[in-house]
Design a protein around this ligand. Sequence first.
Ligand SMILES: NC(=O)c1ccc[n+]([C@@H]2O[C@H](COP(=O)([O-])OP(=O)(O)OC[C@H]3O[C@@H](n4cnc5c(N)ncnc54)[C@H](OP(=O)(O)O)[C@@H]3O)[C@@H](O)[C@H]2O)c1
Length: 345
Amino acid sequence: MIRVGVAGASGYSGAELLRYLCRHPHVELGVLAAGTQQGRRLAESFPQFRGILERPLEEADWRRLAAESDVVFLALPHGLSMDAAPELLEGGARVVDLGADFRLRDPQLYRDTYGEEHRAPALLDEAVYGLVEARREQIRETRLVASPGCYPTAAVLPLLPVLPLVEGDEVRVVVDAKSGVSGAGRGASLGTHFSEVNENLRPYKIGAHRHAPEMEQALHSVRPGTRVFFSPHLVPMTRGLLATCYLVGDRLPGRREVESALRAAYAEEPFVRLLDGDDLPETKATYGSNFCDVAVRVDEARGCVVLLAAIDNLGKGAAGQAVQSMNVLCDLEETTGLLGAPLYP
Ligand SMILES: NC(=O)c1ccc[n+]([C@@H]2O[C@H](COP(=O)([O-])OP(=O)(O)OC[C@H]3O[C@@H](n4cnc5c(N)ncnc54)[C@H](OP(=O)(O)O)[C@@H]3O)[C@@H](O)[C@H]2O)c1
């Protein structure tokens, strides 16, 4: 059995991790750590675990977490993992971080994006970006997985196989995306208050969201110099994220080329579902799952390729993807504990 600890167990991503982990056949759950909620029982914080996971929420004691875990998931606000990870790794645990601390490889880009110095820059080279479909072999060998952000997951998966087909020196992509409110975490704020969100569709941080540099970095692995304009929106639903990615130009690949690149990349992938015919991705079809549904539309006459992807922000966008990485890290069947149809309706 793999001994697993979770820090941030009282948050949304932490709870989703526990939903997957408590039914995972090779996982033995250890310390479940929280911040302000430590001392409470998990089921007091999250009633869905009543009678299923009756455990206390404890202090985030990194030394103890390292000693008692083979793998530690960090589901913490950004800025905390870079202090925790060095001690966890030193103590012999492997780490899957759901936050942003180890996603950007360049410490200066981290500072420019997150507004503070990176305090464990030596680990940035070692961390592997946990987009399993693109980094499976590197994940197998690492001690530290930087799980991708929710928006980058939905944008990068469909774009990765297609960008190399675009001719010319410069590739510009517009990513227009909509997310459910759980993407902002459990903490209460005016912006996520029911009356503010309900019956509202709100753009935010247009062209200035922290996930844009992460998307660019991931896309530069297949197409250096790609520039992303990112336009996120908050929609009045709890979970779900839809990304619509636009490539516009005169030297774009045709429909057949795009479709066959997507098929070559993902036909064998267990969690990427390529839609054909008239089907288009919709968030509800991925609700509560680790699936990413992808479709493409190409308007050759107008020079436009549109890639669409839907995920559950807490599933493939966070906890599901992190468990998928753990399965790879631990040499388990990649789908263990993750399969099953999404909730519908
Ligand atoms: N939500 C998503 O869709 C999503 C998707 C991808 C990635 N992520 C990333 O995953 C991470 C967690 O996000 P979330 O949405 O789950 O946030 P959240 O609901 O706000 O949960 C944050 C968790 O961190 C804990 N925490 C805060 N400060 C702490 C401290 N000093 N020591 C120990 N624990 C502390 C909180 O504990 P208390 O509540 O007990 O204080 C809570 O359990 C973030 O980095 C986020 O960017 C989230």
